[in-house]
Design a binder for this molecule. Structure first.
Ligand code: ATP
Ligand code: MG
Length: 272
């Protein structure tokens, strides 16, 4: 286990130092790969009514946003403490609330105007971020990963500091795309060019396929979402152990909890 943690830390250090080296090269060649302004991306406007229907309650702050704002604070604290930026959100089985939580966390983070946030739909089998946002994207992020469309052409901006990448269609080869070296290099490139403070990845369920296995080495940490009364403790345990072998587990969120404290809105499992 210690060896594995050391290997993960080493891989992360290598990624960060490669990014820093390229940063230094760019400083010597000022016009090469200049960070891009987020305002060049087309903006999408969210309708409050539709967001409420989709349970996106963190948009405006206030009581309904409280659980997500708490998740945000703990996430930011850990990311800053550890120098991390990439967080994957996954669950044991389907429909635990990954996409709902990912989007709520993204809008909650983006309410902090000093943070630049990217939310990327990497559930390439059953993408749903576009549905939560009521969008019909002309192309998909998996096409960006396959080199068919540029990120600039694909990505959309919500306000000044949240960028989303969606999939209007499922990918035919999700595991290959997610596990490829070119995807790893592409994410590094996005980080260099757009300089997000936080990148959130909405993933597929862990027990449904092995799509995430080869990808999770590309993130700094992951949140496991469990659904009260439907995810079994055994499956939480299996997935938490598997996740811990692939990345750092930020915590387990217990979603859809009918008996959560009213002052919070949904309950947490353990965290951090
Ligand atoms: N806290 C909650 N309470 C009640 N319903 C919820 C809650 N969170 C999410 N849902 C509902 O559960 C359903 C599944 O949510 P969501 O699509 O976010 O899950 P998912 O884990 O991303 O699913 P998939 O595995 O298909 O990607 C949606 O109808 C959503 O509105
Ligand atoms: Mg989903």
């Amino acid at each position: 286990m210690e060896k594995l943690e050391a290997a993960l830390a080493k891989a992360r250090e290598q990624r960060k130092s490669a990014l820093a080296n390229e940063e230094a090269v760019r400083e010597r060649v000022p016009h090469q790969g200049k960070p891009l302004g987020w305002s060049v991306l087309p903006e999408i406007k969210l309708s409050q009514g539709s967001m409420t229907r989709h349970r996106i309650t963190a948009l405006l702050g206030g009581k309904d946003a409280t659980p997500y704002d708490m998740l945000r604070s703990r996430t930011i604290r850990l990311l800053r403490e550890k120098g991390w930026s990439r967080l994957a959100i996954t669950s044991p089985g389907a429909a635990c609330g990954k996409s709902t939580i990912a989007l709520n966390l993204a809008v909650s983070l983006a309410r902090q105007r000093d943070l630049k946030v990217m939310l990327i739909d990497l559930d390439l089998r059953r993408p749903s971020l576009h549905k939560l946002l009521d969008q019909n994207p002309p192309n998909s992020f998996h096409e960006v990963l396959a080199g068919k469309v540029s990120f600039e052409e694909h990505a959309r901006r919500i306000g000044d500091n949240l960028v989303v990448a969606m999939n209007g269609t499922a990918s035919r080869n999700p595991a290959e795309l997610l596990q490829s070296a070119s995807t790893r290099e592409f994410l590094d490139e996005i980080e260099r060019r757009w300089q997000p403070d936080v990148m959130l990845f909405d993933m597929s369920p862990m027990l449904a396929s092995d799509d995430n296995v080869g990808f999770l080495g590309n993130v700094d940490c992951a949140l496991l979402i469990a659904a009260a009364e439907s995810t079994t403790l055994a499956n939480i345990d299996i997935c938490e152990k598997e996740l811990a072998q692939l990345t750092n587990v930020l915590g387990v969120v217990l979603n859809k909890c009918r008996y959560a404290d009213d002052s919070v809105g949904y309950g947490y499992g353990h965290y951090g």
